[in-house]
Design a protein around this ligand. Structure first.
Ligand code: SF4
Length: 468
């Protein structure tokens, strides 16, 4: 869960990178960083917090040059500390390198253990750093060759950008788990996790990187970008959770409009799980488009029966526990006048741990709803993700340990239905087998190494309650 952006051959490249990251803020709010190349050396600025807080005009002035890349981070491997903020910058015999990575490597711990046994010293606990170590141990005249040999050794999910004194490199793993798009900003190549970053810059989305594609920009303009392939090209495993939940609805991901995909999922859910009701209410913002799709298909009116406070960060500190326990109320508040006495279809995108959903159902009931029917626009999430989306362990996923009826009972809902796997995949334009569905059916196409599995169990991604 990270956003990355890079550009090559544009004066004030860091300013464009800042704007790209600003548009990708939803992909990670923990830390952000930018590195630029001014023809003589790399300049890097990183910090904990949001992009807009970290990169004022003075900070951007410290990032000169025509080549830059950046990162917004939400940790899925490694702890949440400044040392793990990206870009990771190192000095090598090939010159200085800066790397940003979206995804999760499934053999990073295994490789790291092997390298440490041979004397390597790591700066971070991030899985990304193993790529730089592999490159540093295998220097080549051309940094592209060194990166490609390193990528041959890592497994799992990566969309990454690498900056050197010679070039900007973009790479996507052979399974194409995470998105990565090439854009054209007036003849200058740029790369981003999602197309919404290009919209802000008025850049044209050109195309997605192909599975296993490595693209190299050497300051020669959009038409001069080179393309290579790394590894074999297995069956792609594009992450459907990007479409269901993670990507911004105004982006195109894996060739599809995210908004249209979510509308279609909501409509399919209405066909699969109709219910007599008075209105459809989304859980904002995650359930908005699916609820609209459900409403259009069912003919039931769509109402904003819950209002979200957009100014609440993840780290709201309750001023004094004795005043009241705020819980989900600090973020959501019902509009009693809209839902009082009504039979409500409450639509959200997913239930992960199941810690928040019962509170929202109770909130809607307490606001006077006569009935609450919960509809979820993806199948039950029963398996953890090893490919870069923040999810708890299997035991903590409510759908892995409870039946549908038990979850309904736990939510205190009048009815509960999830979208079927086939129904969800039918809402996307690619062949069903080209998507990863592991968190719904346990079909892990890239196995996780024993060392990495042990690490994931010992250090679950997050201890605190997350929104679901
Ligand atoms: S397991 Fe789920 S969240 Fe992870 S890559 Fe696959 S579809 Fe996406």
């Amino acid at each position: 869960m990270c956003g990355i952006f890079g550009i090559d051959g544009k004066p004030d490249a860091a300013n464009f990178t800042y704007l790209g990251l600003y548009a990708l803020q939803h992909r990670g709010q923990e830390s952000a960083g930018i590195v630029s190349w001014d023809g003589e050396r790399l300049h890097v600025e990183r910090g904990m917090g949001h992009v807009a807080e970290l990169f004022g005009a003075k900070v951007l002035q410290r990032l000169p040059g025509t080549r830059a890349l950046g990162h917004t981070r939400y940790s899925t491997a490694g702890t949440s500390v400044i040392a793990n903020a990206q870009p990771i910058v190192v000095k090598t015999s090939m010159g200085p390198l800066g790397l940003v990575h979206n995804g999760n490597l499934t053999n990073a711990v295994k490789i790291r253990n092997e390298l440490e046994a041979q004397g390597a010293i790591f700066q971070t606990t991030s899985d990304t750093e193993v790529i730089l170590h592999l490159m540093a141990r295998n220097p080549r005249e051309d940094v592209v060759e060194s990166l490609m040999e390193a990528l041959e050794q890592v497994r799992g999910a990566y969309s990454l950008l690498l900056i050197s004194e010679d070039c900007l490199i973009a790479a996507r793993d052979p399974y194409a788990f995470r998105p990565m798009v090439l854009g054209n900003l007036g003849g200058v190549p740029c790369f981003a996790s999602e197309t919404c970053a290009f919209d802000l810059l008025a850049a044209e989305p050109a195309r997605e990187l192909a599975p296993g594609e490595v693209m190299v920009a050497r300051g020669g303009g959009f038409d001069q970008v080179e393309s290579y392939r790394v590894g074999e090209t297995p069956r792609p495993s594009r992450c459907v959770f990007e479409q269901v939940y993670f990507a911004r609805p105004d982006s195109r991901v894996f060739g599809d409009s995210v908004a249209e995909g979510r509308l279609a999922m909501g409509a399919q859910l209405a066909r699969e799980a109709p219910v007599p009701a008075d209105l459809v209410v989304p859980v904002p913002d995650s359930g908005l488009f699916a609820a609209l799709g459900y409403s259009r298909e069912s003919g039931l009116p769509f109402e904003f029966g819950l209002i979200r406070n957009h100014y609440v960060g993840r780290t709201f500190i309750e001023p004094k526990q004795s005043i009241r326990h705020f819980g989900v109320r600090i973020k959501l508040n019902p509009v009693r006048e809209l839902i009082g006495g009504k039979r409500v279809v409450l639509v959200d995108d997913s239930i992960v741990r199941g810690t928040t959903a019962p509170k929202i159902v109770k909130m809607v009931r307490d606001a006077g709803a006569a009935e609450v029917h919960v509809r979820i626009s993806c199948p039950p999430t029963a398996w953890p993700c090893h490919y870069g989306i923040d999810m708890p362990t299997r035991e903590e996923l409510v759908a892995s340990t409870h039946s549908l009826e038990e979850i309904r009972d736990f939510l205190v809902a009048d009815s509960l239905a999830y979208l079927s796997l086939d129904g969800m995949l039918n809402c996307l334009s690619g062949p069903d087998e080209s998507y990863c569905t592991a968190c719904w059916n346990g079909d892990y196409r890239v196995p996780i190494s024993a060392e990495d599995q042990r690490q994931a169990e010992l250090f679950p991604i997050r201890a605190e309650e997350v929104d679901d």
